[in-house]
Design a protein around this ligand. Structure first.
Ligand code: FES
Length: 329
């Protein structure tokens, strides 16, 4: 790709990061969203979990955006084929194109709602890019709605022009959506999934891990949160919240689990699984043991039960054999 085109795309996708005039209206919009979700009462938690994709283990918004983009692209292709054929070679193309436009509108409705739910937790540059992405997607949806109406009224040519315009706007908006994911990490997994430490490594004195309060330890450069239960057991998880890297050691423990202080994701203290979003990925996990009054941790491999014979399994086996018999708490 010519560097001038690359520079143009780079400039277009990064420029909104500096548009601080978007902050005031965006914080108002976030407030309205918060009030709306809170008005759901007890249904709020399950509803936002559905919107974030917590139940799926994957953000829902990017999956739903494929529906309008794919459907409207299909409508565009059908229009092109129909135009080339002079509207006579293949009957039904205009109707098929109209159906695709309508299907895309249904997908867009879901994408807008899930996108708003994800966007309310973004900050600074990502928040501003998200505002522009949302406005462009809304404009594209409006154009496609007008296109569908015109097609229904039999004004096919006008509907096609509106559909083409909507497709161009949604494509530009999708580029901003890509920047949100790949540049700003929105929807990504922010947990540290490295394999370190692979052997039991000193974390903290057991006396420095109070009961019922998350405690941070830095173990060979890896951030770990230690939890001491009422039974004296110590559990360890990655300290970085998978949602947006919130510091879990500054969170709190409820009946349901460990709560992130930034946006309220909740994780099981048994195995680090997500109890409530907005996070969709579980915590990184560590094994623990206590030696001479010191808590030691080692990483549970990202893929527990690695295939026998694999490098991970063989290395883990060798390290296990070198370990003194375990007396875990
Ligand atoms: S960083 Fe958002 S819930 Fe933890």
């Amino acid at each position: 790709m010519p560097s001038s085109v690359r520079d143009l795309i780079e400039r277009a996708t990064t420029a909104p990061e500096a548009w601080d005039q978007l902050d005031r209206p965006s914080y108002r919009a976030e407030h309205v969203l918060g009030v709306t979700f809170n008005a759901l009462g007890r249904a709020r938690g399950p509803v936002v979990d559905v919107l974030h994709g917590t139940w799926l283990g994957h953000p829902l918004h990017p999956a739903l955006t494929d529906v309008p983009i794919g459907s409207w692209t299909a409508a565009l292709a059908l229009d092109a084929v129909d135009l080339v054929g002079g509207g006579r070679r293949t009957p039904g193309l205009a109707a098929a194109s109209r159906t695709c436009t309508g299907l895309g509108l249904l997908g867009a409705a879901g994408a807008v709602v899930t996108g708003l739910a994800d966007w309310q937790h973004t900050h600074e540059g990502a928040r501003r890019v998200g505002v522009v992405h949302g406005l462009m997607s809304t404009a594209a949806t409006g154009l496609q709605l007008a296109s569908w109406v015109e097609r229904r009224r039999g004004r096919t040519a006008r509907g096609r022009v509106l559909g083409l315009a909507g497709w161009a706007v949604v494509s530009a908006s999708a580029a901003l959506g890509g920047a949100l994911t790949y540049r700003h990490g929105i929807g990504g997994d922010h947990a540290d999934r490295s394999l370190a430490p692979r052997t039991f490594t000193d974390a903290l004195a057991l006396a420095d891990v109070p009961e019922g309060r998350p405690t941070r330890a830095d173990v060979d450069g890896v951030r770990v949160v230690l939890l001491r239960t009422g039974g004296g057991e110590v559990r360890a998880f990655g300290e970085q919240c998978p949602h947006l890297d919130g510091p879990l050691s500054q969170g709190w423990i409820t009946r349901e689990g460990l709560v992130c202080p930034w946006h309220g994701s909740c994780f099981s203290v048994e195995d680090g699984a997500v109890v409530h979003g907005p996070a969709t990925a579980p915590l990184a996990r560590f094994e623990t043991r206590v030696r001479a009054g010191r808590v030691q941790v080692r990483r549970v491999p990202p893929v527990p039960g690695a295939s026998p014979g694999s490098v991970t399994a063989l290395e883990q086996q060798r390290e296990d054999e070198q370990e003194v018999p375990d007396a875990r708490h």
